[in-house]
Write a protein that binds this ligand. Sequence first.
Ligand SMILES: [Fe+2]
Length: 194
Amino acid sequence: MAKRAKKRTTAKKRTTKKTAARRPRQAPKMLSDLFLDTLKDIYFAENKIIKTLPKMAKAAQSKELAAAFNKHLRETQGQVKRLDQIFKMLSKPARGKPCEGINGIADEGAEIMKEFKGAPALDAGLLAAAQAVEHYEISRYGTLRTWAEELGMQDAARLLQETLDEEEATDRTLTELATSVINLKAEEEYRAAA
Ligand SMILES: [Fe+2]
């Protein structure tokens, strides 16, 4: 019995080896493959952000912060359209690829909304979560813009730069809000309550 089982395993091994030998060799992955892969990554991230921003705007206590989130939501919808254009340039379907990086950052934001609900520091936490998203995007768009230039895709590089400029402007707005209103308010409310 044991002998027969051993025989079967050997036969299976032989078949696998044969199939592997017949399989055509995969083309080496190039910078253009990495570009498309990263494009799918940021496409997934932007669509995730479109779902998350309305929740953050609703949770924000400060009117200025809610307005900043709503403004960025409109910008993000435009950013997705730019990505659609780049997929078209590549003659590839616009499709996202699940990105654990943005999922993790979004989960952290959701945790803050839950744990700091009604607390003076809620807006400071929302701001920090939004800036983590912006920094992720700035990193991705900077990389994609550079790769587009290296691949001779000047039109794509221009579109990616436009989005990068918007992300950087949003990040500056969030920093201004943090230093001028929100962190200070969180601290004052804490002192008043003490
Ligand atoms: Fe974005």
